[in-house]
Write a protein that binds this ligand. Sequence first.
Ligand code: FMN
Length: 296
Amino acid sequence: MNQFLNTEFRTPLGLAHRTLDSFDFPDDQQRFKAQCELLLEEVGPHQGPKVFSFTFGIPDQKTLDQFRLKNFVIMGTATSIKEAQELDRANIDGIVLQGREAGGHRGTFLPNQERSSVLVPTMELLQSCLDAGIKTPLICSGGVSNGANIAAMIKAGASAVQVGSAFIPCIESGSPDNYKDVIAKASQTNQVEIGTAFTSHPPNQTDIVFTKCFTGRYARAINNKFIELVEKEFGDDIPPFPIQHILTTDIRKTAMAQGNTDLCHLWIGGSAKLSKKATSTKSIMEELIKDYERSK
Ligand SMILES: Cc1cc2nc3c(=O)[nH]c(=O)nc-3n(C[C@H](O)[C@H](O)[C@H](O)COP(=O)(O)O)c2cc1C
């Protein structure tokens, strides 16, 4: 993989070739532990609202207890009923249900569920979890782009909704300009709901795909040259997260800085439909709330 990344991407971007021993592969568990400790130390003593939200798995009960003791609201991410059931048993405060419309990484943590989970729309996942008797409050995430979506989810039994992609082009967002442009443009065309990498036909450049090629975990992104070249060479046989993430970071950062949207990750979710370039988060929230009040 690294040799391929050198010739196909580092050379055209003007980056020096890398050898495998030039990368630092930190222990992910150790890093997570250090992040938890920092959060408990720095945020723990505050009196205001505190949230500990995690994805890609469930921390052990000892860690969860430490957050409970400091009055954090605890939320985990599920992409399937089985994962929601495990989180339900962990006795946390909320479960974020990530449907297929959710942008960016899939939070899948049970084995062999990544491919099947991307086929389940948010609303369907919510319904299955309610039918399965899950008692923890459910937060719908993925494709929430108008008040009618919110009203339907709340009416069906969701406690809240979560919106991501709609905010990418906002003035407060730190995303690079070229990424903001791509998202805002995708929201104007009707291309944000097309196909996945699992369809039998090759996707077009503007299609949405689920790909592991940037980080080793499936993520929902706009198709581009990077995805096409890596998947043509390696198919689904990509080094696991976080190895692929570390191997491709310099390429994606440089491409983004150069305004080259062919060679960086363009995460996108269904709520991108709601996005507008240079709008404030406040105006998006106000529009959503007004639309929800009308749709209730
Ligand atoms: C650019 C981007 C980055 C994201 N980063 C994270 C993240 O770091 N952790 C996480 O749990 N979810 C992350 N997500 C997923 C969102 O939390 C959420 O599931 C998704 O955005 C909801 O779907 P929507 O994009 O249609 O609103 C990210 C999504 C996007 C689009």
